[in-house]
Design a protein around this ligand. Sequence first.
Ligand code: URA
Length: 187
Amino acid sequence: MTLSELENKCKDCKNCALCEGRTNLVFGTGKEDADIMLIGEGPGENEDLQGEPFVGRSGKLLDKFLESVDLSRKTNVYIANMVKCRPPQNRDPKPEEQEECIKWLREQFKLIRPKIIICVGRISAQKLISPDFRVTKQHGEFIEKNGVLMMGTFHPAAILRNPNNKELAFQDWLKVRDKIEELGIRI
Ligand code: URA
């Protein structure tokens, strides 16, 4: 199975109620065999309309962070979300919605085989790293899980709300760059 075959299958998904409100499924975007994968929370309004993750204001900020450490969705990272359909009014995805949708994400992990996974924000960090993950305390810390290095950082929407965390987030992205160098990953 290729990533685009998986995406086509996913487009028919009706495993949870979020499918009822979607304009477009937001499967993911970027390099198909990227060593670095980013996982956000779920599509917002712009993402739902365009079918691509992180295309709104917070996406622009995310792209800036990526660019500052020579990463980009165009060349060397893959970006997806915990849930692939927009939660109504941008509420947090419910545990049962995440539990359904993680099945698709696991298939994406198997095909993309990233070496580093960055959890962008609390929702994905709590689901993928640890249920009690605290972004303010544990951001920037790498832990290994099933042979993959994982790190959680601030969600760009949270930084737009509280710009004081921008510098801390930038430091996290510098750590990603250092880790890429340390592991000898060619980007
Ligand atoms: N926030 C997210 O977590 N993901 C998106 O795709 C857009 C905004």
